[in-house]
Design a protein around this ligand. Structure first.
Ligand SMILES: Nc1ncnc2c1ncn2[C@@H]1O[C@H](COP(=O)(O)OP(=O)(O)OP(=O)(O)O)[C@@H](O)[C@H]1O
Ligand SMILES: [Mg+2]
Length: 465
């Protein structure tokens, strides 16, 4: 008789997933149709048609592998959807294409040089699709037997597995037993075990067993018992980024650093060795380069050294598509005395396709608010919705979106599920928007610390100034 494996772990209930709601969690894609025309409202995005269309065209080129080493810049006033559209692009890229997102200021706060941080970001955004042959054990599980030592510390066992043609018994070690338990493998399951990594994949339940169990979930998939040999060689394809290859091969780091996140600096010699190796694989047809996307938000926070690095890096033949976003108009380039559009030096601007985002119309704002309310599970009364739209026009879209959750807390206090104008009004008095805050600061002249700095312009303050 087949027995069900039971160790403590299988009884641990899956922790209920809590859906986190972030500022952009309503965005699921770019909302384009097959002809790349933006639908007015789709996949969480509203309006901003031109920018979305441009983003879609770029995306298409990325997917066809035709664009690498190019750069585009989203430029526009605050809260006009620059970050939102970039995230929409990321969602429609497909799981295989790497997308890296950094905020420009991160470059300065890592424990490595600026250029190293940028290099890592670049290499994170280049995928290498590698074809490898691995040895698989594939078949229907006939029986799993587990013997536990008295203390329970060590386990041994046997796995009987069959195809339509043969049946074999494998000895199991503790690690395999744990893996089988974790995957909840039962007799009658068709599984594949990767012999090198020990990874177990459940392919489905055998048709032969379809009548044995009546307590199966609706999503149980039935498959035929495999034919032929139990051990097979199979070609598997997986995608890793150049950065991952760097880290795994860096002797001082080892792949554990990938999980820890602090990868430190990587030696240039190693990188060039890896580039050569990858080029070799490409020639042999073993690997394929997939240029991905690197998104640098708030790009005006980079300084002149970073910009000149970008210029050079974009010309490398292993460069991703670089998307930047900036809400600055004429601004000082960090690290220099010069002012330039969007805070980017001219020579970089020259290489960049610029897409501008424009302030939203009233009806767009109304729709965005509607979408956010759905996302946050908030019910707005029609009047409240109108009032909030007006608020967004007078203050900013972000402020209005932030008020939604606050107003819900206020309405819950009076035990109502419907958010009304009064709740909005009260949140409006509790939380200031930027204009009122500035006004308030003026009224408080002298009573707050650090106010004296006279003549601060819109320039970015900089240590080198
Ligand atoms: N077209 C849109 N459709 C749906 N939601 C949007 C749209 N544009 C912006 N939003 C939402 O409005 C908020 C502000 O937009 P976002 O953060 O993208 O602005 P931004 O242009 O990046 O501003 P900043 O320059 O300040 O970084 C976000 O919560 C975003 O998800
Ligand atoms: Mg932004």
């Amino acid at each position: 008789m087949a027995m069900q494996i039971s160790t403590g772990t299988s009884e641990l209930r899956d922790i209920t997933k809590m859906e986190r709601i972030g500022a952009h969690s309503h965005i699921r894609g770019l909302g384009l149709d097959d002809r790349l025309e933006p639908r007015e409202i789709s996949q969480g995005l509203v309006g901003q048609v031109k920018a979305r269309k441009a983003a879609g065209m770029i995306l298409k080129m990325v997917q066809e592998g035709r664009i690498a080493g190019r750069a585009m810049l989203f430029a526009g006033p605050p809260s006009t959807g620059k970050t939102a559209i970039a995230l929409g692009m990321a969602q429609s890229l497909g799981s295989d294409v790497p997308f890296t997102m950094i905020a420009a200021s991160e470059v300065f706060s890592l424990s490595m040089s600026k250029t190293e941080a940028l290099t890592q970001a670049f290499r994170r955004s280049i995928g290498v699709r590698i074809k490898e042959e691995t040895e698989l054990v594939e078949g229907e599980v006939v029986e799993i037997q587990i013997d536990r030592s008295l203390t329970g510390a060590t386990k041994t066992g046997k796995l009987t597995i069959k195809t339509t043609d043969m049946e074999t018994i494998y000895d199991l070690g503790t690690k395999m037993i744990d893996a089988l338990t974790k995957e909840k493998v039962l007799a009658g399951d068709v599984i594949a075990i990767d012999k090198t990594s020990g990874k177990i994949t459940k392919l489905g339940r055998s048709f032969a067993r379809s009548r044995d169990y009546d307590a199966m979930g609706a999503d149980t998939k039935f498959v035929q018992c495999p034919e032929g040999e139990i051990q097979k060689r199979k070609e598997v394809v997986h995608t890793v980024s150049l950065h991952e290859i760097d880290v795994i091969n860096s002797r001082t780091q080892g792949f554990l650093a990938l999980f820890a996140g602090d990868t430190g600096e990587i030696k240039p010699e190693l990188r060039s060795q890896i580039n050569t190796k990858v080029a070799e694989w490409r020639e042999e047809g073993k690997a394929e380069i997939i240029p991905g996307v690197l998104f640098i938000d708030e790009v005006h926070m980079l300084d002149i050294e970073c910009f000149s690095f970008l210029n050079r890096a974009l010309e490398n033949d292993l460069a991703p598509l670089v998307i930047m976003a900036s809400n600055r108009g004429m601004a000082r380039i960090r690290g220099t005395k010069f002012r330039s559009p969007h805070g980017l030096p001219m020579d970089l601007l020259d290489r960049v396709l610029i897409v501008s985002t424009k302030p939203y119309t009233e009806s767009d704002i109304r729709e965005i608010i509607q979408i956010r309310c759905q996302e946050e599970d908030v019910q707005l009364s029609p009047e409240a919705s109108t009032v909030l739209t007006t608020m967004a026009l007078q203050t900013t879209l972000r402020y209005a979106l932030n008020l939604i959750a606050c107003a819900q807390v206020v309405s819950r206090k009076r035990k109502s599920e419907l958010v009304d104008v009064e709740d909005l009004r009260r949140s409006y008095t509790y939380f200031m928007d930027e204009k009122r805050s500035v006004q308030w600061l003026k009224e408080q002249q002298g009573s707050l610390i650090f106010e004296e700095i006279e003549g601060t312009s819109d320039d970015v303050m900089d240590s080198s100034s």
